[in-house]
Every structure is written in structure tokens, then in C-alpha cells.
Design a protein around this ligand. Structure first.
Ligand code: SAM
Length: 246
């Protein structure tokens, strides 16, 4: 069943939704060729509504709300991923998989060993593409929100964000003591940040900076994971350990 996120232009009343967004109307009518009478799920304010198309007007689509769908699709744990810019298409895979898992937001980070060089104009274009991938993954995984994709932060600026988290985790393959599990035994972990290095890893002085700012430097074991594997692994482990995936 198709799913659509309502945009600001769209309106939702007691029993009816009116789609005014041209993009959504075009997608329903011309791309998906949805007929009057077809049902779909409409998402508004983190709630899902089973709806039925009643008419395609000149500039709008009218739907009847049949019922609201009360299922907890969103994770109770707000995990933000701070991903150091990887090469090639890896960022797209990272976004798709962590959105499916239930990530709250994804921040693109530039670190010393990042080899990707986004010119200013590319950044906006890339962010548009990444946000589209996040929206598609959110629809497919029945999310009630589309996680934001924000960028680009310099690694040394990350510490300014730390105070909004209950726990900040830096994944570091040269850490051999601190593991994930004991860190998650703390109480009231509602907002967690996970910071992942690029293919070339972190510079030791970057690790020192993050550690001094209060981040927990964590190993995921002795095997070296690709940057695109490490973040999603940590997110899934945190969710499982805190009872979200079980
Ligand atoms: N030093 C690595 C190497 O020898 O290839 C390069 C970095 S690794 C490919 C990419 C990133 O994934 C790292 O910066 C780290 O954030 C994370 N990572 C990979 N394996 C890890 C592990 N076993 N424990 C913690 N983090 C890991």
C-alpha cells in the first residue's frame, strides 16, 4: 500500500485530507496512476491514517480518512548518526539502512581523513538527493517521520552538540577496552549520538578531542568494519540492547 507524508500545503480535517502539494498530486495521479477508490496511508504529525481517494480535482486530491493506524512505528530511542563523509555512493546506502532501522537524524561530518571534496554547490545538490533517499526509505519502512539529513559539520565543531545527548559514542577500531554493552546500562538513555569515521579512520588527535569533550570511545570488536557497516551495526546493537528491536 502506498504511503505519503503530508506537506505543509496539505490539509487534514476530522475525516478528510486535501492534498494541495503539486508533487504529491503528480506522483499519485501520473506516476502511480492511482484510481479513485484506491486506499493509501497518509502520514501527518507522526500519525498514520488509512485513507481512500475520493476525487482528483484541478489542483488537489481529496481523500476520506477511513481510520487512524495506531502502531508504534517509531523508535523510543532517539539515535543521531554523525557520519564522516565516505567515498562514492556509500552515504546513500548508510542513509537508506539507518533510516530503515529507525534513526532520528543523520549529520554529515568532515574529518581530517575524509577524501571527498564537496564544492559548495555540490553540497546542496547532494543534500537534496540524500533527503530524497531518506524519504523513500522512511516510506518503505513505514516510518512516521522522515529523518533529517544535515550537513556538513567539521569534526572539531561536534562537541558543541554533545550536551543535547545522554550519551555520545565514537566508534574507534583502535580502542580495545571500552565496549558498547556496559555503556548502555545507564538509566534514561533517550538521546544517543553515534560518530563514525571515514574509510581512513580518525586521527588520534581527533579521538583525543572527542574524548576530552565527553564522548565514549568504543570498540565494536577486533574485526575492521567498513565505514558503511560500522554505523548501522552500532545503531542496531543499541536498539536491540535498549529493547527496541526485540
Ligand atoms: N583503521 C581502519 C582500517 O584499518 O581500515 C580504517 C577505518 S574503518 C574502515 C572506518 C570506520 O568504521 C572507523 O573510523 C570506525 O569509526 C569504524 N569502525 C570500523 N571497525 C570498527 C571496530 N572494530 N570498532 C569500532 N569502530 C570501527
Amino acid at each position: 500500500m502506498h504511503r505519503f507524508f503530508l506537506s505543509e500545503q496539505d490539509t487534514i480535517e476530522e475525516k478528510q485530507i486535501v492534498i494541495c502539494s503539486e508533487a504529491t498530486r503528480h506522483h499519485m495521479l501520473n506516476v502511480l496512476r492511482m484510481p479513485v477508490g484506491e486506499q493509501c496511508e497518509m502520514i501527518a504529525d507522526q500519525r498514520a491514517y488509512l485513507s481512500e481517494i475520493i476525487s482528483f480535482e484541478e489542483e488537489t486530491v481529496k481523500l476520506n480518512i477511513l481510520s487512524s493506524i495506531d502502531r508504534a512505528y517509531e523508535s523510543p530511542i532517539g539515535i543521531d548518526l554523525y557520519q564522516c563523509l565516505p567515498k562514492g555512493q556509500k552515504m546513500e546506502l548508510i542513509i537508506q539502512k539507518t533510516v530503515e532501522l529507525g534513526i532520528n537524524a543523520i549529520h554529515l561530518v568532515d574529518a581530517k581523513r575524509c577524501v571527498v571534496d564537496f564544492k559548495h554547490k555540490d553540497v546542496e545538490k547532494k543534500l537534496l538527493r540524500y533527503r530524497k533517499i531518506a524519504e523513500e526509505a522512511a516510506k518503505q519502512s513505514k516510518r512516521l517521520i522522515v529523518p533529517d539529513v544535515c550537513g556538513i559539520l567539521q569534526l572539531k565543531a561536534l562537541q558543541a552538540h554533545f550536551q543535547s545527548y545522554d550519551l555520545v559514542i565514537v566508534l574507534y577500531e583502535d580502542e580495545h577496552q571500552q565496549t558498547l554493552k556496559p555503556l548502555l546500562k545507564r538509566h534514561e538513555l533517550k538521546k544517543i549520538a553515534v560518530i563514525v569515521g571515514p574509510e581512513g579512520g580518525f586521527d588520534p588527535d581527533e579521538i583525543a578531542l572527542l574524548k576530552n569533550a565527553g564522548a565514549a570511545i568504543v570498540t565494536l570488536g577486533n574485526r575492521i568494519l567498513r565505514t558503511e557497516t560500522a554505523g548501522m551495526t552500532a545503531v542496531a546493537c543499541i536498539q536491540y540492547e535498549l529493547g527496541d528491536l526485540s
